[in-house]
Design a binder for this molecule. Structure first.
Ligand SMILES: NC(=O)c1ccc[n+]([C@@H]2O[C@H](COP(=O)([O-])OP(=O)(O)OC[C@H]3O[C@@H](n4cnc5c(N)ncnc54)[C@H](O)[C@@H]3O)[C@@H](O)[C@H]2O)c1
Ligand SMILES: [Fe+2]
Length: 387
């Protein structure tokens, strides 16, 4: 009998892209029979001016019946999900619309699967612990970005455990994702930089993943090329619509790639930095990026050559030089967008390294995707190199 090799490509059920796509939101919400939507966003996005035109377009569809929830901090904490669910119930909402970066989208995704579940939120953490989602969900990213609009994971900070924890379930995949570059134009440069490098890490790690597929690999490579060309432009000229559109699309493509192939050791080593020392997701990934790539290169030289070409290497480059080319280009990009290079710059004590290494080694969900295995000592050596 032939071995079965069926793969399911996970994404939002419906995907709208391109400049002006946010104007379609009211129609999409109506098609999902939303009459009293809850808009989940945060204060930074509220102050950026992207919400007002959307609310205006809502006036015809949902007169007086839209509820706003914006009490979300970056790297959202678990109690916010409880609070947001309470608002949903109190306002008798019948659908959720996330407008924001990964923090707002992950909160909205967690709330959407928590509605109508009488268990404690903790019961939902881990893989496939979620029951059926009962409320419709639309996600509009305002950063480029996390790709959260098409992934089956929501990441929350558990302050007591000083850990970032994930809810992983296909029930988190939104009904509709609207990737509208106009929503990212107001991103301040530091957010453009951190979220843009996160998208690049998604592209590279998904390409190197042990679980990459024929469908994910082209998405990863193309996203790398687009980010390599447009990140600095978007950082230096926030109103450059072409750069914003390229970044928004690349972030989506990287999200589709890693949502199916997974990410690896960069994310695993970044997690404890977020949980314990509150570095933002994008910045913690950026700091670990080049050293983890230096480690990975030994096991996948041919793949590194592909990455080098995607990042603009001349076609005369050979496999033996691909590792150096990739590491140097990634380091240069992070430097150009002013992301600190060392753990020391974040006041992380050197003595914390053994504990960070133990914690990262426990992120087996991601380490199993990585092309080269890491022991606790290997991980500690990488943190030390970045110190
Ligand atoms: N679920 C996933 O697949 C996934 C993937 C990667 C990261 N994440 C999570 O996403 C979070 C990080 O998300 P992020 O990088 O998008 O940042 P974010 O959502 O935390 O936003 C960062 C800051 O930028 C502001 N901001 C966002 N969009 C803006 C805009 N258009 N104009 C002005 N200000 C704006 C926000 O108000 C906030 O202050 C982390 O919690 C991380 O764990 C999730
Ligand atoms: Fe990420």
């Amino acid at each position: 009998m032939t071995e079965t090799r069926v793969q399911v490509f996970k994404t939002a059920r419906r995907l709208l892209t391109g400049y002006g796509a946010s104007a379609q939101l009211a129609a999409e919400a109506e098609a999902l029979m939303m009459k009293r939507p809850l808009i989940v966003t945060d204060k930074g996005v509220m102050g950026s001016g992207v919400i007002e035109p959307i609310l205006e377009s809502f006036q015809h569809a949902f007169t007086d019946s839209t509820t706003l929830y914006s009490d979300i901090s970056a790297e959202p904490e678990t109690h916010v999900v409880e609070d947001c669910r309470h608002r949903f119930m109190a306002s008798k909402c019948d659908g959720i619309i996330a407008i924001g970066g990964g923090s707002a989208m992950d909160t909205a995704k967690a709330v959407a699967v928590y509605i109508g579940d009488d268990r404690k939120l903790e019961a939902l953490f881990g893989e496939d612990q979620v029951r059926t989602r009962k409320t419709p969900l639309i996600c509009l990213p305002t950063t480029a970005g996390t790709g959260s609009e098409v992934t089956n994971i929501a990441i929350l900070s558990d302050v007591n455990a000083q850990l970032k924890k994930g809810i992983v379930s296909n029930q988190l995949l939104p009904d509709v994702a609207i990737v509208a570059p106009e929503l990212t134009v107001s991103c301040p440069p530091a957010v453009t930089a951190a979220s843009g490098v996160d998208a690049l890490v998604h592209a590279v790690e998904s390409y190197l993943s042990n679980f990459s597929t024929e469908l994910t690999r082209p998405l990863s490579l193309r996203a790398m090329t687009m980010i390599n060309k447009s990140l600095l432009q978007a950082y230096e000229n926030p109103k450059d619509m072409n750069a914003r559109e390229q970044m928004a699309t690349a972030s989506l493509m990287a999200g589709l790639a890693f949502g199916n192939a997974g990410v690896g050791a960069v994310h695993a080593l970044a997690y404890p930095l977020g949980g314990r020392f509150h570095l933002s997701h994008g910045v913690s990934n950026a700091v670990m990026f080049t050293e983890v790539m230096r480690w990975n290169y030994a096991n996948c030289r041919a793949l590194f050559l592909d990455i080098a070409y995607a990042l603009g290497a001349p076609n005369t480059l050979v496999k033996e030089d691909a590792g150096d080319f990739v590491v140097e280009r990634l380091a240069q990009l992070c430097e150009q967008v002013n992301i600190p290079k060392t753990l020391r710059e974040f006041d992380i004590p050197r003595e914390a390294i053994p504990e960070l290494a133990e914690s990262a080694h426990g992120v087996t969900r991601l380490l199993r995707n990585n092309p080269r295995e890491l022991s606790v000592d290997d991980i500690a050596a990488i943190y030390t190199a970045v110190y």
